[in-house]
Design a protein around this ligand. Structure first.
Ligand code: ZN
Length: 469
């Protein structure tokens, strides 16, 4: 994600999450039995976001069928989830915010369910054994309500627009439009079947699997994202769009869409996205996905989000810098995904540093000059008081996570030299392609490849509440 208001702290202060309800403890006699089935936890285990995601299962695939009417803002959906149990399960939770659940089946048999806040608890007709694969089908409907942070600085999730919807869900807004395991530590592949009034275009992640089909005044678009994706990166952005499709000079399918209000930016979005994607492939390693591109919608979000294969820009004409940022996230955030939000600098520090690398590549200001400009900021600057290596749940998108995160990488580059630094970036993306990462893993790899003790450097830059020397 990146704010379009350069230099301003963005989207601070997410709602402090409610205290986690303790997982039900099994009665002692069941706990003693090898065949005991117990409830999956209502959170996946991120201490900063205790009710995000859920325990007891791992999702491998989502098939989303969504029918949306822009005039009534009503969504009718069927979500089919393929998962595997990671414990003996008597019941399990999904995350869903608002919307009415009409029915749930597990492996074809009706299940009972209960709602409490954003937790949807599903009790299958028969318990599920550890390691068993199972399929959950949830039928639901209603008017989606996006999430808003407590300071009202940002709105995210499924956001209705005059001609459709703008869908950007970082960090936990995908539950505003489909039931899921809403935490980046559980990634899955996605199929989308999105039905909209004829004349409206539906843009989702990955690639179209065929020509849209129209019947009875409605058109269905089918998209497929075949690589694992975090739920917050899923999109079904809908509206009137002008499209440009083709391939990057390097041969990667490229899909650009702009709201008619931003028609003048279509060619630039298409061309720069292609050029950036190809260039990052030479710097960060091979492009991880099957297509690239971007979407400019007329919703004035004031930010862009790196939705997998299709960053979405909210209500402004993106410049090269922000395109470079969002497409760098395809490696850092989308292919390599954080296990917990505290490590967000692994996304935003890298994407911010990519902006500086892009500027350097284009013969403009060097990364060194960016670093020096920021380092001159007085010791009283709030950036120095916020250690970027521990992103705060109430202030996740603090500027320090971005700028000081980027500076951390430049300090590392100076310490290990350009050759090792750029080899490290490629080794990092290759070693964890489509997987999950932590800061400790990055530090360990940097130390291994450089042969240096980098503990003091990372400690000063990531973890201390003061300006590094
Ligand atoms: Zn970002």
């Amino acid at each position: 994600m990146r704010s379009n208001r350069r230099g301003m702290a963005l989207l601070a202060a997410l709602i402090s999450v409610l205290a986690c309800a303790p997982a039900d403890e099994p009665p002692p006699d069941q706990a003693m039995s090898a065949v005991a089935h117990t409830a999956g936890a209502p959170g996946i285990g991120d201490p900063d976001f205790p009710t995000d995601g859920n325990g007891g299962y791992d999702v491998s695939h989502y098939a989303l069928a969504v029918d949306y009417a822009p005039t009534t803002k009503r969504l009718e959906g069927v979500t089919t989830i393929q998962a595997a149990a990671t414990q003996n399960l008597s019941r399990f939770n999904l995350d869903l915010s608002g919307l009415d659940v009409r029915g749930i089946t597990v492996d074809g048999s009706p299940a009972t369910f209960a709602r409490k806040g954003d937790e949807l608890t599903v009790t299958p007709s028969a318990p599920i054994d550890k390691k068993a694969r199972f399929t959950v089908k949830v039928t639901y409907a209603g008017v989606p309500k996006p999430a808003k942070d407590s300071a009202n600085l940002g709105t995210y999730g499924f956001i209705s627009t005059a001609d459709g919807a703008f869908v950007t869900s970082e960090p936990n807004g995908s539950k505003t439009w489909f039931p899921n395991n809403d935490h980046p530590s559980d990634k899955a592949t996605f199929d989308f079947a999105i039905t909209v009034p004829a004349g409206v275009t539906a843009v989702a992640n990955g690639e179209l699997t065929g020509q849209p089909t129209t019947a009875g005044g409605k058109t269905t678009y089918r998209w497929s994202e075949r690589h694992p994706m975090a739920t917050y990166l899923a999109t079904a952005t809908l509206g009137k769009f002008d499209l440009r499709q083709g391939k990057t000079p390097g041969g990667i399918p490229n899909f650009a869409a702009t709201d008619p209000k931003f028609r003048s930016s279509l060619d630039k979005l298409y061309t720069v996205s292609g050029e950036v994607t190809d260039y990052w492939g030479t710097v960060f390693g091979p492009y991880p996905f099957s297509s690239t591109g971007g979407v400019v919608d007329d919703y004035a979000a004031g930010y862009a989000l790196e939705n997998q294969t299709k960053p979405v820009y909210g209500g402004f004409e993106p410049d090269e810098s922000i395109i470079a940022h969002e497409l760098a996230h395809q490696w850092f955030g989308d292919s390599l995904t954080i296990k917990r939000w505290k490590d967000l600098w692994l996304n935003e520090g890298f994407a911010t540093y990519a902006e500086w690398l892009w500027s350097e590549h284009k013969g403009k200001q060097s990364a060194e000059a960016f670093f020096n400009d920021y380092h001159k900021r007085p010791a009283s600057d709030p950036m120095w008081a916020y250690p970027p290596g521990r992103a705060k749940p109430g202030d996740l998108f603090n500027q320090s996570v971005y700028t000081r995160g980027g500076m951390t990488l430049h300090a590392l580059r100076k310490a290990v030299g350009d050759q090792t630094f750029f080899q490290l970036l490629k080794a990092w993306t290759a070693g964890h392609r489509y997987g999950h990462v932590t800061t400790d893993e990055f530090i360990a790899l940097a130390e291994r490849m450089s042969g240096k003790d980098l503990g003091p450097l990372f400690d000063a830059w990531l973890y201390q509440p003061r300006r590094p020397a």
